[in-house]
Design a protein around this ligand. Structure first.
Ligand SMILES: *Cc1c(COP(=O)(O)O)cnc(C)c1O
Length: 403
């Protein structure tokens, strides 16, 4: 049974499914947990990794909370500016983008973390007066699914910590300023020790850079999917981190800004994805609940094997039964296999919990379906923050064949 105070079933009826609903209070709670965990660090900044959920009203809400933004594309930077962030509140941390894109972001006045030697040399040669950050790959294997673990030796991300001599050579030859070091080892870090181990490598590298103004430790904080799952112990991490950071400041001889860029931790638990049941189909081996939705709306189960808790909002006191919950996409499209859910009937509304992060932001129009609408539950009221799509949206950039 869902325990949220948000009237999900009522919202499903008012706005119709498929629908994403976010609870602003949960975002605020998670944001404040981070602020409190790192309270011992004077110059501490949170940059919300907006790729997790980038709807404009959500970005505005983060701005209200006092957050900055972490972006990975020129378009995310533009959306951030559109939502009211100033350029100095945005950081750009791309991976293997064109120099045209770097140049465009730089011209907007947004600070960048460069993630390969070629781009570093290009920036130093063309814009030696623009200070940049450098994304370091510490080669530490974080937890999580192989597709979201990005700090290991074969990862495409960042400049290897073993190539620091080359970074220094480029810096000296071009006269550029490297004002920040960055790392992000991937999603779903369970072990605080693993995170601190990777951080240690960054702290040590930092001592060799003379002009640092900030150190950015990325993210990857894990959230719990269901009652028996575990999450990163953020409070313990903050405490241990503050101690180590104080030591660094002493060693370095001056203070620097400390940044983190969580996405999932901030928005995952705030979000619910609501979908209607088109039918219940009994086969020889399984009972299928067939939804009026598919991986075009919530791809995480198919892409990462994510196990979103599922509740039947229409039968909250119902007897628990086993279901395989599937979508309507014409290929394998399974949300959950043999999952215990309150007894399901045609027309019921199911809620997927932990759907705030990488839910809507990864939705597509596959099978020529419309993307879902989005509602923000804010100050005890619902606000539609994105409408359902219409047929116009599907055809608006397309042209008929000409003879
Ligand atoms: C995706 C990403 C994040 C956020 O990761 P989460 O696991 O959602 O917290 C942070 N920094 C960078 C550079 C990223 O690409």
């Amino acid at each position: 049974m869902s325990t949220t105070q948000v009237p999900l079933l009522e919202l499903a009826e008012t706005y119709s499914c498929p629908l994403y609903v976010y609870d602003a209070a949960v975002i605020e709670k998670q944001y404040n947990r981070l602020v409190n965990a790192f309270a011992d660090i004077a110059d501490f900044r949170i940059h919300y990794a907006m790729k997790a959920l980038s709807s404009v009203a959500i970005l505005q809400y983060f701005k209200q909370l006092g957050s900055g933004l972490d972006t990975v594309s020129l378009q995310e930077v533009q959306l951030g500016l559109h939502a009211g962030f100033s350029p100095d509140e945005i950081v750009f941390t791309p991976s293997g983008v064109s120099t045209d894109e770097l140049e465009a972001v730089m011209r907007l006045g947004v600070s960048m973390n460069i993630d390969n030697l070629k781009d570093l040399e290009w920036m130093g040669t063309h814009y030696p007066e623009v200070p940049v950050g450098v994304r370091i790959n510490p080669h530490v294997m974080a937890g999580g699914h192989a597709n979201i673990s990005v700090g290991h030796i074969d990862s495409k991300f960042g400049i290897s910590v073993h190539q620091l001599p080359l970074v220094h050579r480029i810096r000296q030859n071009t006269g550029m300023t490297i004002h920040g070091l960055h790392m992000h080892t991937g999603s779903d870090i369970l072990d605080v020790g693993v995170f601190l181990h990777a951080a240690e490598i960054l702290f040590e590298a930092a001592l060799t850079f003379p002009d640092l103004a900030c150190l950015d430790f990325g993210s990857g904080f894990k959230v719990a999917y269901g009652a028996n799952d575990t999450e990163t112990d953020i409070e313990e991490l903050g405490r241990l981190f503050a101690e180590r950071f104080a030591q660094f400041v002493t060693d370095y001889g001056q203070s620097v800004k400390l940044m983190i860029e969580p996405g999932k931790f901030l928005v995952s638990e705030s979000g619910y994805f609501l979908a209607k049941v088109n039918g219940v189909k009994q086969t020889t081996s399984s009972v299928f609940a067939q939804l009026d939705s598919g991986f075009n709306h919530l791809i995480r189960p198919m892409l990462y094997g994510a196990q979103h808790p599922i509740y039947n909002l229409s039968n909250q006191e119902g007897k628990m039964r086993f279901y395989t919950v599937v979508g309507y996409i014409c290929e394998t499209d399974t949300f959950a296999a043999n999952r215990k859910i309150e007894e399901i009937h045609e027309g019921d509304i199911l809620a997927f919990a932990n759907a705030g992060a990488y839910g809507f932001s990864m939705a597509s129009n596959y099978n020529s379906r419309y993307k879902p609408a989005e509602v923000l539950w804010y100050k005890g009221k619902a606000q539609l923050i994105r409408a359902h799509e219409t047929f116009e949206d599907l055809i608006k950039n397309q042209f008929f064949l000409k003879d």
